[in-house]
Design a protein around this ligand. Structure first.
Ligand code: SF4
Length: 345
């Protein structure tokens, strides 16, 4: 039996957990291919007009999988912490898919609402296991193994691997095929410089933070290769996944109120953290056209960057028509401005 997992939305945060869980139950897991123009176009054609780009794209990934698998895994993501829920489009995703697309295989749309208690994830796994005909002990074993792999994945992200690199590492690809893998060449601590000033006279790379939802920042098609373009310009890129959890918790106290949405809280806290770091010389917020929460998130980051820095700040909004040339021009202008600012200082 084959279980399909679309390679977008929660894929970048929780794929190792669910892949391990289903494999330990004895199923084959198939992830949809990497995002391409064809996948995006098919999603745009089928999704409701006013959905954001990531949700339209999700439709495309489901279409790419639907004839290859026996079940699609599209959980109803409600919460993974006690403080916030996922945005409404995540909550309605299984319904949106069922009502927009035809000829779908079975859908595992279990509700994941971890704020209900510390054993809720185990209960969710039990529910999925029952649906797939697996007993208590098999599910328990799969659950504990999946937790261990997920923990390792999160450690790799904190050690500054990108999600795809961490996934390759976990699957053994990086170690086998990519010697010396990026694991050996990861950025260590940032070079010692006060914001924008090179004290030693050596050429120090520009350090920029790129914040945005993982399914935008780490999907190179959606982000129009933003990270690659920056690195080609000699920029050292810092992302939200690299911020230690204790720092995120510390930053949470800065706002009088927690936002309603899980991913929005993460990126706002990561952005606030980077505003404080003396080595960060600019912040880029990658935002999706049609994203409701981003309207608020973007303004809050901009205000923090202006008042506490000031740190140069730019918003890049992507949609289904975003092009490589436009993206590159904007990034070059921003990086040039950061370099000129450094020179002036
Ligand atoms: S947070 Fe924004 S981009 Fe993400 S699914 Fe919700 S509306 Fe779309």
């Amino acid at each position: 039996m084959k279980i399909g997992i679309p390679t977008t939305l929660i894929y970048f945060s929780y794929y190792p957990l669910w892949k391990t869980f289903f494999e330990e139950l004895g199923f084959e897991v198939i992830a949809s291919p990497k995002t391409s123009k064809e996948i995006l176009d098919r999603g745009v054609a089928e999704a409701v007009n006013d959905a954001c780009v990531p949700v339209k794209l999700f439709h495309g990934h489901v279409l790419a999988l639907k004839d290859k698998v026996d079940y699609l895994f599209i959980p109803r993501m409600v919460s993974v912490t006690r403080e916030a829920t996922f945005c409404p489009k995540f909550l309605g995703l299984p319904d949106m898919i069922k009502h927009s697309l035809e000829g779908l295989p079975g859908i595992i749309d279990t509700r994941i609402d971890l704020k209900k208690g510390q054993f809720e994830l185990f209960r969710v796994c039990r529910e999925i296991g029952k649906k797939l005909g697996k007993g208590f002990w098999v599910v328990s074993g799969a659950y504990y193994k999946a937790l261990r792999v997920q923990k390792k994945y999160q450690q790799l992200l904190l050690a500054k691997l990108r999600p795809q690199e961490a996934l390759d590492y976990l699957s053994g690809k990086d170690r086998a095929a990519n010697a010396p893998g990026r694991l050996e060449n990861l950025p260590g601590q940032p070079e010692s410089l006060s914001r924008g000033i090179i004290s030693s006279g050596r050429s120090v790379p520009v350090n920029l933070a790129v914040v945005g939802y993982p399914y935008e920042v780490h999907d190179s098609f959606v982000s129009v290769n933003l990270l690659k373009h920056l690195e080609a310009m000699g920029v050292k890129v810092w992302t939200a996944e690299m911020v230690p959890p204790r720092e995120l918790r510390r930053q949470a106290k800065k706002l009088p109120k927690t936002l309603f949405w899980h991913y929005s809280n993460l990126i706002i806290r990561a952005a606030f953290y980077y505003v404080e770091q003396p080595y960060i010389e600019g912040i880029i917020h990658l935002s999706a056209f049609g994203c409701g929460p981003d309207a608020m998130v973007d303004k809050l980051i901009e205000l923090e960057a202006r008042e506490k820095g000031p740190v140069p700040f730019m918003t890049v909004t992507i949609d289904e028509h975003s092009g490589e040339a436009g993206m590159q021009t904007r990034l070059e202008a921003f990086v040039d401005m950061v370099r000129m600012r450094r020179g002036a200082q």
